[in-house]
Design a protein around this ligand. Sequence first.
Ligand code: AMP
Ligand code: MG
Length: 471
Amino acid sequence: MKLVARYTQVADDFAVPDSPSAVAAPTLLLWNDVLAQQLNIDVASAERADVFAGNLNNSDVKPVALGYSGHQFGHFSPRLGDGRAHLLGAVADQQQQLWDIQLKGAGATPFSRGGDGRCAIGPAVREYIMSEAMHALGVPTTRCLAVVASGETVYRQPPQPGAIVTRVASSHIRVGSFQYLASQGDVAGLQALADLAIARHYPEINTTGPERYLAFLANVVEKQIALVVSWMRVGFIHGVMNTDNTLISGETIDYGPCAMMNQFDFDTVFSSIDRQGRYAFGNQANIANWNCARLAESLLPLISDDEEQAVALLSPLINGFAEQFNHAFSQMWAQKLGLDGDQAGDKELVSELLGLLKTHKLDYTNTFDTLTESLQGSVTIASDLAAWSIKWLTRTNAHSYQIMRQANPRMIPRNHIIETILRDYERDGASSMLIDYLAALKSPYYTMANNAFWYSPPVDGDHNYQTFCGT
Ligand code: AMP
Ligand code: MG
């Protein structure tokens, strides 16, 4: 595995050299062979447990922990950083694109702030399942290469077996990375980071000066909108959209407290610490907008020495977020309903349906799946939607089925199924269900999996379901 260092030139204290702490008895639990091949990862089977637990004996690997700030639930922390993650470096794929290889849970770093730098097996396996499912759903996301059991206990409430998860990302540049340099007044560092982000994610930007960084923000805004729209298309609730968990690439990162919505409701929240519903299903666009505004603030010194002028140039991009989002959001509903063209009354058609879903506590995924298949005559629409569906059918055409089938998954990583798998792992260090489940999640739209349990919402609803940050 040939690793390249990407962040060491940005600024002092940005990529801090730090080695993982070896663990006692690493065992490889999950290995993503397809991803390993795409990334030309040639670590021999016998060495994988050691390498991806952080038991490194290769002096070519120079791990770092990255510094970043973050607005957590709206409150600014200037120094967060990788408290339980080590970036080993980046590997080149077959197209020469670089991908960060990061170990999460491989021990404390200079950013740990008293934390143990470790990860329990449950959150590690959960991140693997969720991120691979999201990738198959076509949602931009970081990926998982491996999960290794550490053979050690992590002291949580209650104590749990430990694990290290290997995360793959197109970069680890966060909104919080810019805030970190901006809060230190490091303009040269900001520029170096923005140029690095542009080279990796937006290489088509070829202007210089303020234009360059305005174009950068415009691109990030576009990517964040696309991300939230694809989350909402599949019913995903991120749960902790802090600026440190917002990647400039527009990929989903940090699967700690995320969950899938079952019954449709814009107000759905699962995270135990999100008491105000800041990160509720229907508030995710507002938060992405707010996070982009925090990025814009960090970029001020790259736009002009005159702050007022810089604000005047950046503001239209932030103020235009809502309109741009609404446009993409309407398109998403049009696809989910296979609407023919763009007509007056479509907005009302969508809101009437969503109102019915909420009133009758209907499952989001299964309702759209049924609507899709009803066009083939293979299933019948629920009686609660019968009157509405007469209006809807007049808006469909011969292409609607294909369009809807690509927008509406049947297989989503349902919370209660993942919990069953995680309980197996916590108790036995393995789950007989997982391999088949991961295989089924690979084709969520045209699934052939013949297991009704996997498609079913929890029998008792999910009113008591809670997620935790996974620390
Ligand atoms: P998260 O909630 O995962 O986004 O983490 C927020 C911050 O807490 C980041 O700076 C993490 O690196 C840090 N953190 C989370 N868990 C741990 C841990 N077990 N040990 C040290 N730092 C941690
Ligand atoms: Mg995080």
